[in-house]
Design a protein around this ligand. Structure first.
Ligand code: SAM
Length: 342
């Protein structure tokens, strides 16, 4: 269509595609707000929610909860009766609930960075940060929904006594792996102080603090410590890209065998770069946001082929890999040193 001028006022049908994108963006905020405020959980548990009583019970604004529900209704996520302020799950409620951690990553974790992309492009990066706690919380939920069934199956075939988790985030992986493996112990390595604090709290709450230790460490600068002496399994979820550029990833992965002298298995799961025709990107969820955010941070996202190449060069043998469609372009690799244990 031509640019609108004062002479020709466009009708909404002239810009329907872009209006759709605008409205979807707004709905996207409402999905995250519903998840963060407990609206999603309540609708899932009870199949019904009355805005006023829910808001009162949770000390929230009833007007805003109604408006969030009204916004979700536009996208068929809920059915909302504005007269009674009553909501029910809509036709795509389950899909929205399932994908909510990805929206939390986008808005809660990366929102402030995404709002300043043009400033970043101009080189003005001071004070622009992601929210480490929100990213840890979103990642923990993503693990539970998307990766755990496959990871648990893999874990059943790995004989380990001490697991080290690189970029441990909320500590959830360690709590889960140690909790389900009698006699095992765990050590988490995490760079962000707020995530270390979150993980320590969650580990204490789990009652496993006598078996799991959380250390504030940069995993790209590891050296042997006593706490690592018996580590035989290393896991690294949703942070492998932080080990790049390539030469650094090779060094870090090679160095793991010195830092953890008994390690026999490394399980690495990360979102890789989308490949192929860019126009097919609408068939994905998460990836284009992940790539945009990391472009803003100057972090390279490798492809599966590049990862396989790095594993080989750093002396790890990839004996299994599983691909996920949600979140898109995410791969779980099982790597071994060739030593017994798998
Ligand atoms: C996306 S989160 C994933 C958290 C967790 N692995 C999970 O799957 O839930 C990535 C985590 O890696 C941490 N991280 C990034 N670079 C790191 C580094 N060099 N050393 C230690 N942790 C790092 C971040 O602070 C963040 O908590």
């Amino acid at each position: 269509m031509r640019h609108p001028t004062t002479h020709a006022r466009p009708s909404i049908s002239d810009i329907s595609e872009i209006a759709d994108i605008f409205n979807s963006s707004v709905v996207s905020y409402a999905i995250n707000a519903a998840w963060e405020s407990g609206v999603t959980d309540r609708l899932e548990e009870q199949g019904r929610l009355v805005a006023r009583s829910f808001a009162e019970e949770q000390s929230l604004s009833a007007e805003l909860i109604s408006s969030i529900l009204q916004t979700l209704a536009i996208a068929d996520i809920v059915r909302f009766d504005p007269e009674r302020g009553e909501a029910f799950p809509g036709p795509i409620f389950e899909q929205a609930g399932f994908a909510s951690p990805l929206f939390h990553w986008l808005h809660g974790g990366c929102g402030s960075l995404l709002h300043q992309l043009a400033d970043i492009a101009r080189g003005q990066t001071e004070g622009i940060e992601r929210n480490a706690t929100a990213i840890s919380v979103a990642s923990a939920e993503a693990n539970a929904r998307y990766f755990d069934p496959v990871f648990h199956e893999m874990l059943n075939s790995i004989d380990f006594s001490v697991v080290a988790d690189l970029g441990a985030g909320s500590g959830r992986r360690l709590i889960d792996a140690v909790g389900r493996t009698p006699g095992s112990r765990g050590v988490g390595l995490e760079i962000a102080p707020s995530s270390v604090e979150l993980a320590q709290t969650r580990i204490a709450e789990s009652g496993l603090d006598d078996r799991i230790e959380l250390l504030e460490r940069d995993v790209t600068k590891l050296a042997f410590e006593r706490a690592y002496a018996d580590v035989d399994l290393v896991t690294c979820f949703l942070m492998g890209h932080d080990l790049w550029p390539r030469h650094k990833a090779v060094d870090v992965l090679r160095g793991l065998r010195t830092t953890f002298p008994r390690v026999h298995t490394l399980v690495l799961c990360d979102t890789v770069r989308l490949t192929g025709d860019a126009s097919r990107r609408s068939d994905s969820i998460f990836s284009i946001g992940f790539e945009l955010v990391h472009a803003a941070m100057g972090v390279y996202i490798p492809t599966t082929t590049e990862w396989l190449d790095v594993f080989e060069e750093s002396g790890w043998k990839c004996d299994a890999h599983e691909a996920f469609e949600v979140p898109s372009s995410t791969v779980l690799f099982r790597l071994t040193t060739g030593a017994p244990g798998v």
